[in-house]
Design a protein around this ligand. Structure first.
Ligand code: NAD
Length: 260
């Protein structure tokens, strides 16, 4: 389905981004991996995707907190593959604290990585996608792009901003063959959430297992985690012909979180 297409997935050395990169590769897309991590682990992911799916894979370690690096990631992709078809803005970080204690540096870091990186990537990618008359931009927002929780001022602001950006870009690219949508996951068990499970266990003095149950019970009616592979499937659907007329919208994959 995606043979001959090139996909950039930011933050794809771990968690959701890696699940999405694997699914797009399975469908035949060449992949640009991005994100931080241990060099040998990244090398293993890189080689594993090439071996399993027979696609071309490159790794670009661009720091998504730096505007020029984000734009450079897009330029380097077009230089290497001669095209860019799919951009998944997924890299993200989390930090929790009451608003009056929220460190300004954390606020800026979250806004830069979770929101501004998507702006810079989209701005650099749209001209190329328009020239090709086909493109898919998928922004990995969150249930927190639609509703709020306490102690997540920067994250909720950034993810709501990302949903807003998605709508604007959906309008600006309408009819050009390019679509732009957001995916809003509920809880996914990745390193980003493991830290929050640890925090609940420590705060409530309960076991990891109880903390995990409490995390799900508070927000996610299905009482089960969303998986990175399921989110890969959602992104693949948005890249399919069935989704040609889906643009400027946010798709929830959240076990019922935002239906409440
Ligand atoms: P994760 O921590 O497993 O992965 C984050 C990825 O982003 C990693 O590859 C990391 O190296 C990369 N990254 C972080 N800072 C970066 C930077 N400055 N430059 C380049 N790469 C950087 O987290 P995850 O849970 O897979 O999160 C992925 C996305 O999904 C995030 O945007 C997150 O907000 C969103 N999300 C996660 C959940 C969840 O429950 N895990 C729910 C909703 C939305």
């Amino acid at each position: 389905m995606l043979k001959g297409k090139t996909a950039v997935v930011t933050g794809s050395t771990s968690g959701i981004g890696l699940g999405i990169a694997r699914e797009l590769a399975r469908l035949g897309a060449d992949i640009v991996l991005n994100g931080f991590g241990n060099t040998s682990e990244i090398e293993a992911i890189h080689k594993g995707i090439e071996r399993d799916h027979g696609v071309r894979v490159i790794y670009n370690g661009a720091d998504m907190s730096k505007a020029e690096a984000v734009r450079g990631l897009i330029t380097a992709t077009v230089e290497t593959f001669g095209r860019l078809d799919i951009l998944v803005n997924n890299a993200g970080i989390q930090f929790t604290a009451p608003v009056e204690e929220f460190p300004a540096a954390k606020w800026h870091a979250i806004l830069d990585i979770n929101l501004s990186a998507a702006f810079h990537g989209i701005a650099a990618a749209v001209p190329q996608m328009k020239r090709q008359r086909w493109g898919r931009i998928v922004n990995i927002a969150s249930a927190h792009g639609l509703v709020a929780s306490t102690h997540k001022a920067a994250y909720v602001a950034a993810k709501h901003g990302l949903v807003g950006l998605t709508k604007v870009v959906g309008l600006e690219t309408a009819g050009s063959g390019v679509t732009c949508n957001a995916v809003c996951p509920g809880w996914v068990r990745t390193p980003l959430v493991e830290k929050q499970i640890d925090d609940i266990a420590a705060q409530k003095n309960i076991s990891q297992k109880e903390a995990l149950k409490s995390l799900l019970a508070e927000k996610q009616p299905s009482l089960d985690f969303v998986s990175p592979a399921q989110l890969g499937g959602t992104v693949a659907f948005l890249c399919s012909a069935a989704a040609d007329q889906i643009t400027g919208t946010a798709i929830s994959v959240d076990g019922g979180w935002t239906a409440q």
